[in-house]
Structure formats: C-alpha cells, structure tokens
Design a protein around this ligand. Structure first.
Ligand code: 13P
Length: 275
C-alpha cells in the first residue's frame, strides 16, 4: 500500500477511536432550574416526594436562599442529587450588591452553576463578555458551568439561529481550553411557552453546537454533554432521549413538581446504552 494512503487510513482509524473514547465520557443529565420559585417548606416537600433514580445525573438549581437548606435536606433524605446555583459572579468578592461568588456557591455544597440563562441575558443585560468572565471564574473555582445558549423567535424567523449560537459559544468560551462544562440549548421561544422544539430540530441544532464546540475545543467537544431546554415535560422527554446529540434536559416548569420531574428522570435513566 502507498505510504500516503496507509497514513490516511491510520489517521482515520485513530480519529474514530478518539471520538468513541470522548463519546463514552459523555454523561446524561436531568437538571431542574427552579428560577424564582419555592420556599424552604415547599422544597422539603418536593424532595420528600421525589424518587430520584441513581442511574442518571440529577441536579437541582434552586434560588440562592434555598441552596443551603436543600443541601441539608438532600443529606437527610440521602438523595443522589447535585446542587447548582442559577447564576454566579465573575469577581472573587467585593462591592457587588446582590451578587453571589463561586466561593459562596461551593461553601453551601454546589458543584454546578447555570451561566448565561436567556432570562439573565434579557432582564439583566448579561452580554457574551460577562458570561465569558463567569464561565472562567466558575471553572477556576472547580464548579461545572451549565452554559445556556439559544436564539429568540425573531432571530429564528430571520434564519439567524446558527449565527447567534456561534456568536454566543465563541463569546462565552473565549480563552477556555477545558471540556469540563455542560451546554444547554434553550431556544428562547420554547421557554415557558409550551412550544417545545421538535426532537428533530433540537438534534439538528445540537449537532451544529457540537461542530462549533469542536472548532473551539477540538476533539474534546465530543465529551461535552449538550442538554435541551424549553417546555420539556414527561410526554416529550422520550423523543429527546432518543437523539444521539441530546444528552439530557434542563427543565423549568415541569421540575417544580416531584412527580412530573420524576417522569422526566425515568425517561433518561432508561436512556440508550450508548449514552
Ligand atoms: P421551561 O421548562 O419552563 O420551558 O423552562 C426552561 C428553562 O428556562 C430552564 O432553564
């Protein structure tokens, strides 16, 4: 065989093996974003009623004042559940009234932090540079960022989805070299609207997101879990779980009720063996 052809084939095989290794590292997550909902008593009732299977990564992101009480509740009920903040600041500490630092999140038992949620981009005017600062700070502190990206209805109608996602990903991941993060694709038009993206559309967009991640991070992008979020419920979760590039879900409304959150968890716990 010609040496050039032999090398070409060897490289193909090496890449395929590398891809498989990274794919096998990919974890499945079912993550609750409670937004600005629940008191301590309501949270306690929720965890009392939640089954929460062990064979999938479950994370709950409650409002900040509930983080420590929930940490205690999870310990008491011995639930295999991770804890995440809904936001984090890019500075270590200081005069930033109303903000929360990575150290504070870690102090109360958080392993994750949602960053760049569209509601924060919309209501609190977070831009890609601020989000990049937050992702960097979270990674430095050993928190796993759950980076949210997604287009608005207007951008979708203007066929700008890929352009928006690419800008958001390149902006948020500027100067970042690790794949120790989770991406959540949350089309803004699907959030809280009852109009979820079809599984086919979500899969197609996730594949695009993975291709952008590959441009930023190389082959390591294969190991990054990309979750879908936007009107996920017990009925549509199964469709998402069958898609090769959808590695779980980020759930708002349906995560507020233990029974409906359990339904979604069960779907992903029974997910395809190759995930
Ligand atoms: P809903 O599931 O209520 O549409 O919210 C999605 C979301 O924003 C999760 O972060």
């Amino acid at each position: 065989m010609e040496p050039s052809i032999e090398n070409y084939i060897k490289n193909l095989v090496r890449d395929a093996i590398l891809n498989l290794q990274f794919q096998n590292d990919r974890q499945t997550y079912v993550i609750a974003n409670w937004k600005m909902n629940k008191t301590i008593a309501e949270a306690s009732e929720f965890f009392q009623n939640l089954n929460g299977r062990q064979d999938v990564n479950i994370v709950v992101c409650p409002p900040a004042p509930l983080l420590y009480p929930i940490q205690l509740i999870i310990e008491q009920f011995k639930k295999p559940i991770g804890l995440g903040g809904q936001n984090v600041h890019w500075e270590e500490k200081g005069a930033y009234t109303g903000e929360i630092s990575t150290e504070m999140l870690k102090d109360v038992g958080c392993e994750y932090a949602i960053i760049g949620h569209s509601e924060r981009r919309q209501y609190f005017l977070e831009d890609d540079a601020a989000i990049n600062g937050k992702v960097k700070k979270a990674l430095k502190a050993g928190l796993i960022p759950i980076l949210c990206v997604g287009e608005t209805l207007e951008e979708k109608n203007l066929l700008q989805t890929e352009q928006v996602l690419s800008r958001q990903l390149f902006g948020a991941l500027k100067d970042i070299e690790t794949s120790q993060l989770i991406i959540a694709y949350e089309p803004v038009w699907a959030i809280g609207s009852g109009q979820s993206a079809t599984a086919d559309l979500a899969e197609q967009t996730h594949a695009y997101i993975r291709s952008v991640l590959e441009r930023v991070l190389g082959k390591r992008a294969e190991s990054i879990s990309i979750l879908y979020g936007g009107s996920v419920n017990g009925e549509n979760a199964a469709d998402y779980s069958r898609m090769p590039n959808i590695d779980g879900v980020l759930v708002g409304g349906a995560s507020l009720n233990a029974a409906s959150f359990d339904e979604i968890i069960d779907v992903f716990a029974k997910g395809e063996p190759n995930k």
